[in-house]
Design a protein around this ligand. Structure first.
Ligand code: FES
Ligand code: FE
Length: 443
């Protein structure tokens, strides 16, 4: 199936109309409030480009599966008996009922609960009850589950319904290198997503979360209480450096192409394995947290490479955003799931590492409770208040103009990556250009 299939675009918004709503330094409020634009995004963007679905560590064994969505489409991600991964529409080819209704599990086949059609976990239709009721022209091989194209990079699984899309690696471009840097913080270890995800729903458009994920302008104000609490321990503590004149510091935001963006806090941290008189060490810059002192003492007592291990418990200091729905933040993987034009689910998946002592993963998990509990509520309150403001029809524009039109403020490297001071709204301008490109050329 391709997106040119009949009936795929019931909510067509013209390319001219979309272009009229996007300017170089601003976007129209309708991008966040218009149900017909939202439906176009769900049909085309969340089907036409590569969409992050899940991590391979969630499907470690043959016959494991998870269910998720591509826009409004329910999908099954499964491993077959040869460990090959398939992404299939969770939609019975008989009369459309979902064939799998569990979030995850292990199954060689899925039997549709409605009339009992059975599909192998690679999508083939293998069983139809009382087959004598079908004409000789009926062939099971014609009626398997509809398949998407699937590719992965460093354990991150993506799918698209556009069989003409560039390869995932081409689509990721320079972002693939940053994904590898994130995975390779401890060479030899694999990253494992833990099943106890932290799900939150806010009343606002999904793009408010993507806008925010590389926004270095807001922490000083939105996360004032968090910065104040951490600042009691010194100016170099995690995120405190956002509080005063962050553009004068070393942090940056980057446009990685194809809508992917990065907010890089790493330059504000000691490099892992090093120390400095002002900052201490990568480990020392982490904020206070429950269990920190006790677990640090155990790790220092038991392991010779304690300094290296302690650094691994601290977040990566990267906000790496893979357009449109994957945010790799600290040590967490955050997924954006649009539910309605003004309703979005955000899921934070915590990660552990293979091949490190259990105390290291325990401390790593404790640190990952920090920002989703202390910081994310600040952000989601602002997303909901922004959605309320966006409802005012007379005030039309949302500004992304910070850093725009100032000669010499951005630099461009040989890979085509643009870099700007950390409070610039370069990431929003760049991903919206990709948003428009994807939607205006949608079939
Ligand atoms: Fe699935 Fe009828 S809808 S068997
Ligand atoms: Fe924030």
């Amino acid at each position: 199936m391709t997106l040119t299939g009949e009936g795929v675009l019931p909510h067509r918004v013209s390319a001219d109309r979309l272009r009229s709503l996007v300017r170089e330094d601003r976007v129209h409020r309708l991008l966040y409030t218009d149900p017909s634009i939202f439906e176009l995004e769900m049909d085309c963007l969340f089907g036409h480009t590569w969409i992050y679905l899940c991590h391979e560590s969630q499907l470690p064994n043959p016959h494991d599966f998870v269910t998720t969505r591509m826009g409004h489409r329910p999908v099954i991600v499964s491993r077959d008996k040869r460990s090959e991964i398939h992404v299939m529409m969770n939609r019975c080819s008989h009369r459309a009922a979902t064939v799998c209704r569990s979030a995850s599990g292990n199954a060689k086949s899925f039997q549709c609960p409605y009339h009992g059609w059975t599909f192998r976990n690679d999508g083939e239709l293998t069983g139809v009850p009382w087959p004598d009721g079908y004409a000789p022209s009926f062939k099971k091989s014609d009626w398997g589950l509809t398949q998407a194209r699937v590719e992965s990079h460093r354990g991150f699984l993506f799918a698209t319904l556009n069989h003409d899309a560039p390869s995932l690696l081409d689509h990721l471009g320079p972002a693939a290198t940053f994904m590898s840097q994130w995975v390779d913080r401890h060479p030899g270890s694999d990253v494992v997503l833990q099943s106890g995800a932290n799900r939150m729903v806010y009343q606002g458009n999904w793009k408010l979360a993507y806008d925010n994920s590389a926004d270095g302008y807001h922490p000083a104000f939105s996360h004032r209480s968090l910065l104040k609490m951490a600042g009691r321990e010194g100016e170099s503590k995690d995120m405190v450096y956002f509080g005063t004149s962050p553009d004068e510091g070393p942090m940056t935001v980057q446009d990685l192409g194809n809508g992917h963006t990065l907010l890089d806090q790493r330059p504000a941290y000691c490099a892992p394995g090093t120390t400095s008189p002002e900052r201490g060490s990568f480990w020392a810059q982490q904020r206070v947290g429950p269990g920190r002192e006790r677990l640090e003492a155990v790790i220092r007592e038991k392991y010779d490479d304690a300094d290296v291990l302690l650094d691994l418990t601290v977040g990566s200091q990267m906000n790496l955003n893979i357009f449109p729905n994957l945010l790799i933040i600290g040590n967490q993987v955050q997924v954006i799931e649009p539910l309605a034009v003004d309703k979005t689910q955000l899921t934070w998946w915590s990660t552990t590492l293979t091949g490190v002592p259990p105390e290291v993963n325990a401390l790593r998990m404790r640190h990952q409770e920090d920002f989703p509990s202390f910081g994310e509520p600040d952000d989601q309150a602002n997303f909901e208040e922004a959605q309320r403001g966006l409802a005012i029809p007379e005030v039309e524009w949302v500004l992304f103009n910070r850093g725009f039109g100032i000669p010499g403020r951005q630099t461009l490297d040989a890979d085509g990556v643009q870099t700007a001071p950390v409070t610039d709204e370069l990431p929003m301008r760049s991903y919206i250009a990709e948003w428009l490109r994807q939607l205006e050329c949608a079939p």
